[in-house]
Design a protein around this ligand. Sequence first.
Ligand SMILES: Nc1ncnc2c1ncn2[C@@H]1O[C@H](COP(=O)(O)OP(=O)(O)OP(=O)(O)O)[C@@H](O)[C@H]1O
Length: 300
Amino acid sequence: MDTLRYTFIFNPAADKGRAAVREPWLRNMVSGMHDAVVKRTAYAGHAGDIAREACQESDCLVACGGDGTLHEVVNASFGSDLPIGVIPIGSANDFIKTLQHGGSVVKNMPACFSGQSRTVDLGSVLFNGDKHRYFVNSLGIGFTGRIAGTVRRTTWAKGELGYIHALFSVLIGYAPLKMHIKITSPDSVYEMHEPVFAFSVSNGRVEGGKFRIAPEADPADGLLDVCILKSIPNVLFLGYVIKYLRGSQIFDSRVIYCKASSVEVTIPDSEMMHMDGEVFEHIKGKIRISVVPGALRVFS
Ligand SMILES: Nc1ncnc2c1ncn2[C@@H]1O[C@H](COP(=O)(O)OP(=O)(O)OP(=O)(O)O)[C@@H](O)[C@H]1O
C-alpha cells in the first residue's frame, strides 16, 4: 500500500496562544512516521487556506487546534472526501469529546495514523441571504452566540475558565430573544413563536468544554439534536447551568429537545451566532439549518 500523505495544520493561536508550545512536540511526533508535513497558520482563516491547497497534494488532513481550526479545515475541504484527523490542542475541543478517543492529545495521534476512518454528519447553514457554512459540532444563536463572542474577546481567561467567565458576563442584562422556529423531525413538524433563552443545534454532545448541550447526540445518526430553553427568569439561571452540565435539562418542562433533519429560524433583530465556537455577527432574518448525513470522514 502506498504511504498516505498527511498535512498537519497547526494553529499556534489556539487555546489563547498556549498551543504554540506544542509545535516542537508535534514536529517530533510527525517526523519519520509517514509522508507528513506540518504547516503552521499565520492568521485567522489561514487553516482554511492551507486545507484548500493541501486537498490537491495530500491524502489526509489533520486539524491541530480547537474546534475553530477543525471548522475551517472542514469547510475548506468539503467535497474532497479526504479523511480528517484532530489533534485537540484548543481551549474546549468539544467535537473530539464525542468521538471515540475523548479529548486526549496523545490518544488522538495514533488514531490519525491508524488509517481507520468513519463517516459522521455535518450541519449545513444558510444565513443572511446567501451566506453558507458547515458546522461539525454545534451552532448557537443568541445566548451561546454571545458567549462565543465574549470568549473570543477575553484574553485573560484561558481554557474552559474562559467559557465560565463568558457565561456569567453575558447573563448580565440578557433578555430572551424573539424567534420563530420550525423544526422538521423524521415524523413531525413543530413550530414555535415565542421568546427563547437559549437555542442550539448540535451534531456533537458537548459545548463550551463541559456543557452537555446535546447528551443524546449521535454524530452518525443522520440527524441533528435541537435544544431550546424557553424564556426563564434570570434567577433560575444557576439551576439551569447545573442541568446543562449534567445533561438533565432535556427532561425539563421549559426545554424542547428533539432530533431534526432541518430547522428554520427567523429572528427579527440582528444577533450573534456561533458555529463550532466561531463567531458570526449581525445575523438577521431566516437561518436554514439542515443535516448532511455522512458528509465527513474522520479518523477515530
Ligand atoms: N496564526 C493565527 N493567528 C491568529 N489567529 C489564528 C491563527 N490561526 C488560527 N487563528 C484563529 O484562532 C481562532 C481559535 O482557534 P481554535 O478555535 O482552533 O482554538 P480555541 O478557540 O482555543 O479552541 P476551541 O474552539 O476548541 O475552544 C480561530 O478563530 C482561528 O481562525
